[in-house]
Design a protein around this ligand. Structure first.
Ligand code: FES
Length: 118
C-alpha cells in the first residue's frame, strides 16, 4: 500500500500499482480532470508534486509536456502509485466549466508505457 496525500484533501491508502489519476479520483475523492481518458494527450490530469515525484516518466508524458511547454507538473494518468506521494490537484472539474471530468481512464497506463528517467 502506498500513501497518497492530496493537499487540502487528506491522506489515503492506495493499492500498489494503481494509476495516480484513478487514486486521486476514487480513493482521495478529488475531482481531477482526465479529458482524454488517460491517454497522455490533453494534460488536464496534471498535478504538482510536493513530495515523492517519480524519477521516471513515460515517453508519452515527456512528449506531451514538451509539446505544450508545461513545466513543474506531471501527468497523473502516466504515473502509478508504488510509493508515498504528496500532490497538489491543480486541474479539477470544479471551476473548469466542463460538463464532466472526461472519459474513464483504463486500469493500466495507456498507451502502453515506455519508461525513461526524468
Ligand atoms: S493527459 Fe489526458 S488524462 Fe492525462
Amino acid at each position: 500500500m502506498a500513501k497518497l496525500t492530496v493537499e487540502g484533501f487528506g491522506t489515503v491508502d492506495v493499492e500498489d500499482g494503481k494509476r495516480l489519476v484513478l487514486a486521486i479520483e476514487q480513493d482521495a475523492h478529488v475531482d481531477v480532470l482526465h479529458a482524454c481518458g488517460g491517454n497522455a494527450r490533453c494534460t488536464t490530469c496534471r498535478v504538482e508534486f510536493i513530495e515523492g515525484e517519480p524519477k521516471q516518466m513515460t515517453v508519452a508524458e515527456r512528449q506531451v509536456l514538451t509539446a505544450k511547454g508545461a513545466t513543474g507538473v506531471r501527468l497523473s494518468c502516466q504515473i502509478v502509485c508504488d510509493h508515498d506521494m504528496t500532490v497538489r490537484a491543480i486541474s479539477r472539474l470544479t471551476g473548469s466549466g466542463r460538463p464532466d471530468p472526461g472519459g474513464p481512464p483504463a486500469p493500466e497506463i495507456t498507451p502502453p508505457p515506455q519508461w525513461i528517467a526524468v
